[in-house]
Design a protein around this ligand. Structure first.
Ligand SMILES: [Zn+2]
Ligand SMILES: [Zn+2]
Length: 191
């Protein structure tokens, strides 16, 4: 499971011709994911269901280089309620603005969170945008995934998925050992 960007991922976007506002450069790449199980992030496991598709476009906006990035990926992850493997698709756009100007705060980004400033010391022929790709994937991962909007989760007593119908348990007769596991606090009644 990946928790950091794979070392083998390298995506380089060519810098458009300096001083030419009409110049546009493109990058289309597929990040190979076959050798990785997936991403482990924020307590959740996201297994790759194919390559991560990266599309980037570079153009000048005045004296800054705007890099727009489109990320597309499919993952399988356990449903947050019933643990059934669920497919999620990520399709997100991000914007990075490369600038020679010094910023006041290095982590500053606009309020919508999809626009990031990157300070560079000089213009290069190519910029490696693989860190942006990784960052964009991570922020696109949902904090909670449901197999269906009305997933009923698992029976607290027998652990069977409730979507399969009534498991025969009465929800009120909880095994006290299971209560502990579930972290439910129920007042003990002594007889
Ligand atoms: Zn579910
Ligand atoms: Zn049950």
């Amino acid at each position: 499971m990946l928790t950091e960007k794979p070392a083998s991922w390298k995506f380089e976007l060519e810098t458009p011709e300096l001083g030419n506002p009409e110049a546009v450069t493109y990058l289309h790449a597929e990040a190979e994911t076959g050798q990785f199980d997936g991403i482990f992030y924020d307590g959740m496991r996201f297994s790759f269901e194919g390559p991560v598709i990266v599309d980037a476009e570079g153009r000048w906006i005045d004296s800054d280089l705007s890099v727009s990035l489109k990320i597309s990926a499919t993952f399988s992850t356990p449903c947050s309620r019933c643990l059934e493997p669920s497919r999620i698709e990520i399709l997100n756009d991000f914007l990075y603005l490369y600038s020679l100007r010094k910023k006041e705060s290095p982590e500053e980004s606009s309020e919508d969170g999809n626009f990031h400033e990157v300070q560079v010391s000089r213009w290069q022929r190519f910029f490696d945008i693989s860190d942006h790709v990784w960052e964009s994937i991570i922020v696109s991962l949902p904090g909670k995934v449901l197999c269906s909007a009305d997933c009923k989760g698992l029976c607290p007593q027998c652990g069977r998925p409730l979507r399969n119908g009534d498991c025969g348990c009465s929800a009120k007769e909880l095994d006290p050992r299971l209560e502990k596991l579930l972290g439910i606090k129920i007042e003990e009644t002594k007889e």
